[in-house]
Each structure stands twice: as structure tokens, then as C-alpha cells.
Ligand binder design. Structure first.
Ligand code: NDP
Ligand code: OXD
Length: 306
């Protein structure tokens, strides 16, 4: 079995070493133009040239959960595209979202500002029932986040494409129920894949349907958000603020207004990092399953976009 590794924005060598240790029977190399035909590829933002040159690929493993970087490409016909399925990202995402939510709900930013001035000053306790959390995208990560948020006893709403029943979550699905979902939510968490159907979903029209003083946590993709609409809604007081981990252009340009906005918290696409050891173990396990003719989870439907 032959495996090629082609990673943009990531060093391929540690992946090659890890894959060789996990699959000693396989021949594993960094892809170069003209490489011999392989069975599997491990990729991040792959080049069309590799797909064109490798028509015999049977599996293409994306080292992230989001496959938006592959959507414009023509993959070899017989290849299943497989994304990371949690692989240690779920718990990180749960930490990140709970931190952002609780920091906002408990007003820790205001406490920190007072502490910097040496001031001992209380804030009025807020009611968590007045902070229902709406999660856009109830897949692997959305469900993990919903579970963590529910542990802190916030009401949780979830929105997905198909109908889903998740314990402790009020479920909404499809475009027809989006408005009702937004109206039932005050804190909005975006955990959708970026597809033609979801691009720009965080815009004036949708964000202004949130309960008053709404708050946005975007941990999915920058392309979900219409940036100017967010700033206008915060500046007008309709939204209380936002925590943003992902941006249309990454790194976020140094002169971007998000960096300095007092009600926007920015992190550098760090909410759930790909963990190499977990990811390699998952990919190796799935390659062996495909070799045995078994079905694997996390197979992407390119027509659907995720
Ligand atoms: P999944 O594919 O498991 O879940 C996607 C969810 O979105 C599903 O519930 C799906 O609905 C729903 N969905 C998709 N399209 C629509 C639509 N048009 N309308 C309504 N619901 C829709 O993905 P993951 O949970 O694993 O990951 C989600 C995203 O998180 C990734 O695509 C990636 O962009 C982002 N991400 C960001 C990271 C970061 O560091 N910031 C790290 C990892 C991921 P249904 O259940 O019906 O299929
Ligand atoms: C991912 C990411 O999609 O890191 O996994 O953003």
C-alpha cells in the first residue's frame, strides 16, 4: 500500500514519520509531481495537480474537520474523501465555547477591567435562563459543545439540516425553522461547515433575529460571517459583542478593525487544533478498515459540501 502526504501550511515530515510508525507495512512519502500511483493521500488544502496525477486514489484523508478547502477541486472518481471525526477537537471546542460563553455571561471582562484599576466592585448576578445558547450545526463538534454547555445549565437550542434529537437540546432543522431557532437564542455559536448554503449565514438579517443583546461565537469559518454587518450591529447596541476564532482572511490583517474593537475578542483559529497523534491514529485505523472493505465514518459528500 502506498500513501502520499500533501499538506499546505503544515510541515509534512512529522506526519510522514507518524504514519510510517502507525502503518509499517505501507510505503509513505511526501507528494511530488510525478510521484508513483498511490492508494491513499493525507492532505490539507491539496493541489488539483496531485488529484489529476493520482487517479487510483481510493481514500483522501483531510487533516481537519472542515473540507471547504477541497470543495472547488475535482477529486479522483473512486476516492472516498474522509474528514477528521473529532480526533481530540471536540473537547477543545467545548472548552473554547464554554470559556467564551461564561466569560460573557459572568462579565469577566468587566471584572478584569475593574481589577486592573484596583477596584473591588460586584456586578448584579444574571439569570442563565435569559441566555439561551443556539448552536448552528449539530454535527460531531456541535453536539459535543451542546453537551458541555448544557452541563452549565444554560438552555440549549440546536439547528441542523436534517432533524436530530439530542438529549437536553431543543432541536430545529432546515431553512424553514431558522428564524424560530434564532428567536429562541441569545448566544449564537456557529459550528457549521462552510458550503454554498451556509456562506454568509451570519449577516444582519439573521443576527438581528437573535434575542436582544445577542452574542456571537464563531468557531467555524470566516466565510460564514458578513464582517461589516457584525460591526454595525454591535456598534448600534443590537448585539452585545462577539468572540471570533476564524476569519475570511487568515492571518487577520494587522489593521483589521476586529483587533481593536472593545466588544470583539479575537483568537487566531485556535479553538480546536488538529492533534497530530490522535489524527494519525484515526487515519491509520480507517485506512485499515477500508483495506478490509469496511465502512468508515466521516466520509464527505462533496455534492452536499460536507
Ligand atoms: P459535521 O459535518 O459533523 O456537522 C455539521 C453540522 O452542520 C451538521 O449538524 C449538519 O446538519 C449541519 N449543517 C450543514 N449544512 C447545513 C445547512 N445548510 N443547514 C443546516 N445545518 C447544516 O462537522 P463538525 O461538527 O465536525 O465540524 C463543523 C465545522 O467546524 C467544520 O466544518 C469546520 O469548518 C469547523 N471547525 C473549526 C475548527 C477551528 O479550529 N475553528 C476546528 C474544527 C472544525 P446534519 O446534521 O443534518 O447533517
Ligand atoms: C478544521 C480546522 O477544520 O482546523 O479542522 O479548522
Amino acid at each position: 500500500m502506498r500513501i502520499l502526504v500533501q499538506l499546505t501550511e503544515n510541515r509534512p515530515e512529522p506526519w510522514v514519520d507518524g504514519l510510517r510508525a502507525a502503518l509499517p507495512q505501507a510505503q509513505i512519502e511526501i507528494w511530488q509531481p510525478g510521484a508513483p500511483q498511490a492508494d491513499y493521500a493525507v492532505v490539507w488544502l491539496p493541489l488539483q495537480q496531485m488529484f489529476d496525477e493520482q487517479p487510483r486514489l481510493r481514500g483522501i484523508f483531510n487533516i481537519g474537520a472542515g473540507v471547504d478547502g477541497l470543495l472547488g477541486l475535482r477529486a479522483p472518481q473512486g476516492a472516498q474523501i474522509v474528514r477528521l471525526d473529532d480526533a481530540g477537537m471536540g473537547v477543545q471546542m467545548a472548552e473554547y465555547v464554554c470559556h467564551a460563553l461564561i466569560r460573557h455571561f459572568r462579565e469577566f471582562d468587566a471584572y478584569e477591567a475593574k481589577a486592573r484599576e484596583g477596584q473591588w466592585s460586584y456586578r448584579r448576578p444574571r439569570e442563565r435562563r435569559e441566555f439561551p445558547v443556539g448552536i448552528l450545526g449539530m454535527g460531531v463538534l456541535g453536539q459535543r459543545v451542546a453537551r458541555a454547555v448544557a452541563q452549565f445549565e444554560f438552555p440549549v437550542n440546536g439547528w441542523s439540516r436534517s432533524q436530530r434529537q439530542v438529549a437536553g437540546v431543543r432541536g430545529f432543522h432546515g431553512d424553514a425553522q431558522l428564524d424560530a431557532f434564532l428567536a429562541a437564542s441569545r448566544v449564537l455559536v456557529c459550528l457549521l461547515p462552510l458550503t454554498p448554503a451556509t456562506r454568509g449565514i451570519l449577516r444582519r438579517e439573521t443576527l438581528s433575529r437573535l434575542q436582544s443583546a445577542g452574542y456571537l461565537i464563531n468557531v467555524a469559518r470566516g466565510g460564514h460571517l458578513v464582517q461589516d454587518d457584525l460591526i454595525a450591529l454591535i456598534d448600534s447596541g443590537q448585539l452585545a459583542g462577539a468572540t471570533l476564532d476564524v476569519f475570511e482572511a487568515e492571518p487577520l490583517p494587522v489593521d483589521h478593525p476586529f483587533w481593536r474593537h472593545p466588544k470583539i475578542t479575537v483568537t487566531p483559529h485556535a479553538s480546536a487544533r488538529t492533534l497530530r497523534a490522535e489524527s494519525i491514529a484515526q487515519i491509520a485505523r480507517k485506512i485499515l478498515m477500508i483495506e478490509r472493505g469496511e465502512a468508515v465514518s466521516g466520509v464527505v459528500d462533496l455534492a452536499r459540501g460536507y
